[in-house]
Design a protein around this ligand. Structure first.
Ligand code: NAG
Ligand code: NAG
Ligand code: NAG
Length: 261
């Protein structure tokens, strides 16, 4: 049974509010205005647990490597793969794999909130199956107006979890609009999506999870405003097209016995 971990996304949201001066509201939610994903339609989706507590999401980008947000870093992880519900630990087709090696991007948080990604090496490679598949990172950067799917088990601020994985479509916003809204923390390692009239959004607890455009992995959930799903306020995603070299080289260079970084 999963319980509530640290609401990192929410924390970051509060920090951003501090610098932008936008309004804080007391409520938050899971993926906003989404729907239950078709079971196992996002077979690269990973759940990160620390001592049985779900705290962040991740993405299987290689049979032995999960990508997540650097702000989700811990000293060890239990990684759930092939899950639809977080509460069904014995879900058919699912696997729980241990991980102790994780490598944050060396420029994480330089500048503040930028380069929010890390790689987690699983203790063993997980062969692809009907419920578990790795996905490749987009080599092309997103274009404003692209429609992309975000998925997550994002937590409710009151401590409740959605029963099953939630999916929502959001539109990519232009870099100009994104940098204006998130000035002064905007950085080219980020892009914005969501903020439309439909109020679809990701939220706290979705951190580290995938944003998929045209069947490739374009972003991972990084941060947003404390109140999710506001019209005109998009979520912020790590712009993975800028990191394809780092991801490839890091995976190639690492071997069992590396120090945790
Ligand atoms: C999964 O990862 C392997 C190893 O990097 C790669 O050869 C394969 O193409 C990947 N599969 C997908 C669907 O991206
Ligand atoms: C997202 O958009 C795609 C393509 O338009 C559609 O097939 C899918 O049902 C949508 N999913 C959700 C959760 O809205
Ligand atoms: C989606 O990807 C396919 C091939 O990968 C490409 O031919 C097509 O133009 C892309 N569509 C959009 C809307 O980017």
């Amino acid at each position: 049974m999963a319980t509530v971990g640290s609401p990192w996304g929410w924390f970051l949201g509060c920090l951003v509010l501090g610098v932008t001066g936008l309004r804080v509201s007391g409520s938050g939610s899971h993926i906003i205005n989404g729907e239950d994903c078709k079971p196992h339609s996002q077979p690269w989706q990973a759940a990160l647990f620390l001592e049985n507590e779900f705290f962040c999401a991740g993405i299987l980008v290689h049979p032995q490597w999960v990508l997540s947000a650097a702000h989700c870093h811990q000293s060890s992880y239990t990684v759930g793969l092939g899950l639809h519900s977080l509460e069904a630990s014995q879900e058919p087709g699912s696997r729980m794999v241990e991980a102790t090696l994780s490598i944050r991007h060396p420029e994480h948080n330089k500048p503040f909130l930028a380069n929010d990604l890390m790689l987690i090496r699983l203790s063993e490679a997980v062969p692809p199956s009907d419920t578990i598949q790795n996905i490749s990172v987009a080599s092309q950067c997103p274009t404003a107006g692209d429609s992309c799917l975000v998925s997550g088990w994002g937590l409710l601020v009151d401590g409740r979890l959605p029963t099953v994985l939630q999916c929502v479509n959001v539109s990519v916003m232009s870099d100009e609009a994104c940098s204006e809204l998130y000035d002064p923390v905007y950085h080219p390692s980020m892009f914005c999506a969501g903020g439309g009239q439909d109020q679809k959004d990701s939220c706290n607890g979705d951190s580290g999870g995938p944003l998929i455009c045209n069947r490739t992995l374009q972003g991972l959930v990084s941060f947003g405003q404390a109140e999710c799903g506001q019209v005109g306020i998009p979520g912020v995603y790590t712009n993975l097209c800028k990191f394809t070299d780092w991801i490839e080289k890091t995976i190639q260079a690492s071997y069992p016995g590396d120090e945790d970084s």
